[in-house]
Every structure is written in structure tokens, then in C-alpha cells.
Design a protein around this ligand. Structure first.
Ligand code: GLY
Length: 429
């Protein structure tokens, strides 16, 4: 198989690495990709406008792709999968209509209500609302306020706070950007990210993971796209994954099929595990970043075969997925100023920069001139450092040993990824 992966982040590097290790995959291409994945894929840096359907179709034709895998939500919500499918290619990624499960929170809430899936109570507040209307809407929530940018914000548009003034300030900031706000009731309990391969009504879960969304240790600081993740979850009840599949993912897949909007691709259920079990915080229409990095590092089955089975409507025929024993963990190295104002250009040095078992590249680039392959920061989340081990503590130790060998002026990372779980400090309310 010749596979084109659309996207350029750490998630896409994990996909590229997994696909390149599948014996049935002869070539991996990435659009645009990033220079850190160049040993596993042919990158097409000119194809940087990943929401440009014509450009993605032209590239799929140029390389005679057997399968196109779409990583980020922006091209999916823009309908790139439909255009590439209509041009005759097998595509891993939902249609524009199905990608509304992430692109439109109102659509997602409607599907969940019809499917009987537990989720937060929500109210949309439009940008032209008066100050009084904003106050009345806030009155319906609290003492914890969950204020979300009701557009695509890559996880960064969410403020969770007990401070009403901070909640109000975020409402006005989102409105000032022209977007509606979604106020939600707070879901108590530890968070779970469960990725499922979905092909119509067939649902195959991957390993459950937990993201760390705040920028700093002890879950302090602003929300980010994700600063680290680990898998699997030692604190999750034994039947936890099956409950999420049965109570959340299968009912949603069935409801979408019944509406004539069947889902094909990766359905990411972001959940809180409360006293009653799982409740949905959000759905995403793609693999999550950075959870994909540790999750795929544990997959023993061929990734190309699995994604192709979804893309060709044959997921029900796929043999059960096999996973390594033990744990995997990723720690994100972020650029100075992330998430608000990440600084580009800092040089990155590490003995492991070319080893995708230890470092996956995200916002990195090659320095421009005469620098002999010198990598520099080119985005907020620059590298995803991986560690694996028989225990979660071993996986943490492996990842932190690698990250301590990375030098990048101004960079920072969380020191407590997976720590609470490793210490037995996560419990269900
Ligand atoms: N890890 C959060 C996200 O991918 O949206």
C-alpha cells in the first residue's frame, strides 16, 4: 500500500511511524509532514494548505495513493474526505457531515440526546447577547463554570473555573473573536480519552488514555492542546472500555447511521468517569494529540491494515487488535510562551532527535541555512517524548530520561505526567 497522511504534528508523526512499520505498507507520504518524520515518510512541504481539497486530491493522484489518512479536524470539518473519496481514493476520516460530531457542538449534543448518552448540560450564548443575557446564562451554571469557544479551538478555547469573573471574561473574549460560547455543567471525575475505529455500526476501541490539558504541573495554568498522556489507565474499572463502547460509542454510531450520516474513521470520546460511570465531555472526529503517540506505540497489529479496513468498509472483518503489555507515556516539550504566544526559532539538541521510538516531532523545523540538520522550534508543542515500561512508573522514568537530554532555550514541560495514576492517586467519585 502507498499511503498519504495529511497533517504535520506529533499525532501525524505517530501515524506515519506506525504505518511505516506495517509490512504491507510500501510507501508513506505526508502532506505537508514535518522534517522530523522524513526518515519514515516522503514529506510534501508545498502541500501545507491541508483544508484545500483540490490540492489534497491532486497530491493523492500524483503519488497514486491507495489510502489517504486525514489527521487534523480542520480538513475533516471542511469536507476534504468527501472530495478525496469522490475522486476515487480510499479515505480514513469521516465525511464533512459526520465530522460535525466535533465541528458542531449543537449537532453532537443532539445526537447524544437521541442516543441516550450521558453528557453535560449545555447552553449556547451567541456573540450578540447583551451583558444581562450573559449574566442570566451564567446564573444557570456554577459553582464550577465550563466556558467553551463553540468553534474549532483545538482544546485551547476552554476555561474551567470557580471564579465567575474569569468565566465572564472568557465569554466576552470568545464573543470578541466573533464565536458563540457554550456554557456547560461541570462533569466530576477523572478524564478518559477513548479512541474507537468506527465503520458504520462496527466499533473497535483502542487502548484508553488520559491527557493532561493544563500547561503546568498540578493541573495549573491555561488549557493547552495537551501536555502529555499515558496509556492504559490503571485506575479504570475492568469493564471500563466495554462500558464506554456499549453506553457511548455504539449508541452514537447507530444514531448517526440512522440519521443517514454514518461515521467512518476515528471517533474520539472525551469522557469524565463519575459516580454513575462515563459521561461525554466532547467528541472529536480524529485521533487525539498527544494521546495517539503513546496509544499507537503499544499497537502490535499492523496499523495500515486496520485503517484500510475502516476506509474500505471492512472493519467487521479485521482480526482483533493486539497490544503490548505494560504502559506507554508521552511528555510534550513546549516552546517558550505556549499556549498564548509560542516563540519560534530556538535551537533543539538531543541525541535522540532521529529516533521515533523516543521522540516524535510536532512543531519542529530544520533551520534555514548552513546548520547541518539543526532542528529549531516552529510551533507551540515542539516534540512528543515517548517512554514505555512494564509499569507506569517505568514508562515515566524512560520518557523523563529522554527529555532531560533535550536542550531547547526557553522550552518547558510538565514533570507530573502520569504521576498521580502511578501513585494510585486517581479515584472515581
Ligand atoms: N488531546 C486533546 C485533543 O486532541 O483534542
Amino acid at each position: 500500500m502507498r499511503i498519504l497522511v495529511i497533517g504535520s504534528g506529533g499525532r501525524e508523526h505517530a501515524l506515519v511511524k506506525g504505518l511505516a512499520s506495517d509490512p504491507a505498507v510500501k510507501e508513506v507520504h505526508a502532506a505537508p509532514g514535518n522534517p522530523g518524520m522524513a526518515a519514515q515518510a516522503t514529506c510534501h512541504p508545498e502541500a501545507r494548505d491541508v483544508a484545500n481539497a483540490d490540492a489534497m486530491v491532486a497530491l493523492a493522484r500524483e503519488i497514486s495513493a491507495d489510502l489517504v489518512v486525514i489527521g487534523p479536524e480542520i480538513p475533516l470539518v471542511a469536507g476534504v474526505s468527501d472530495a478525496v473519496r469522490e475522486a476515487g481514493f480510499a479515505v480514513f476520516g469521516p465525511s464533512k457531515a459526520a465530522a460535525q460530531i466535533e465541528g458542531s457542538k449543537a449537532f453532537a449534543k443532539d445526537v447524544m440526546a437521541a442516543a441516550g448518552v450521558a453528557t453535560a448540560r449545555a447552553e449556547q450564548v451567541l456573540p450578540d447577547s447583551t451583558d444581562d443575557a450573559v449574566e442570566r446564562a451564567l446564573d444557570n451554571f456554577g459553582p464550577m463554570y465550563v466556558v467553551k469557544d463553540d468553534g474549532l479551538a483545538g482544546g485551547k478555547g476552554v476555561v474551567v473555573t470557580a471564579d465567575r469573573a474569569a468565566a465572564r471574561q472568557h465569554v466576552f473574549a470568545v464573543h470578541a473573536a466573533g464565536n458563540p460560547v457554550l456554557l456547560e455543567s461541570f462533569l466530576d471525575g477523572p478524564e478518559v480519552s477513548l479512541f474507537c475505529l468506527v465503520d458504520g455500526e462496527t466499533v473497535v476501541p483502542l487502548l484508553p488514555a488520559q491527557d493532561h490539558k493544563r500547561a503546568y504541573d498540578n493541573d495549573e495554568g491555561p488549557n493547552t492542546g495537551g501536555m502529555g498522556a499515558y496509556t492504559p489507565l490503571p485506575w479504570l474499572p475492568e469493564d471500563g472500555v466495554q462500558r464506554i463502547v456499549d453506553e457511548v460509542c455504539v449508541p452514537v454510531a447507530k444514531e448517526m447511521a440512522a440519521r443517514g450520516v454514518p461515521y467512518s474513521g476515528l471517533l474520539y470520546a472525551g469522557l469524565a468517569w463519575g459516580a454513575e460511570g462515563p459521561a461525554v465531555v466532547e467528541f472529536n472526529c480524529r485521533f487525539g494529540d498527544p494521546e495517539t503517540q503513546p496509544v499507537l506505540s503499544m499497537l502490535k497489529s499492523p496499523l495500515g491494515e486496520a485503517l484500510n479496513a475502516v476506509a474500505t468498509g471492512k472493519l467487521a472483518e479485521l482480526p482483533p487488535l493486539e497490544w503490548e503489555d505494560g504502559y506507554a507515556l508521552t511528555v510534550v516539550l513546549a516552546a517558550e510562551g505556549y499556549p498564548d504566544n509560542p516563540q519560534k526559532g530556538a535551537t533543539i539538541t538531543s541525541p535522540d532527535l532521529d529516533d521515533p521510538a523516543k521522540i516524535l516531532h510536532a512543531g519542529s523545523a530544520l533551520a534555514e541555512a548552513n546548520t547541518d540538520g539543526q532542528f529549531v522550534a516552529n510551533g507551540g508543542r515542539v516534540l512528543s517524548i515517548l517512554g514505555k515500561g512494564a509499569t507506569l512508573e517505568d514508562a515515566r522514568a524512560a520518557a523523563y530520561e529522554v527529555i532531560e537530554g533535550v536542550e531547547m532555550p526557553g522550552s518547558f514541560y510538565r514533570k507530573d505526567i502520569g504521576l498521580k495514576a502511578a501513585n494510585g492517586g486517581i479515584s472515581i467519585p
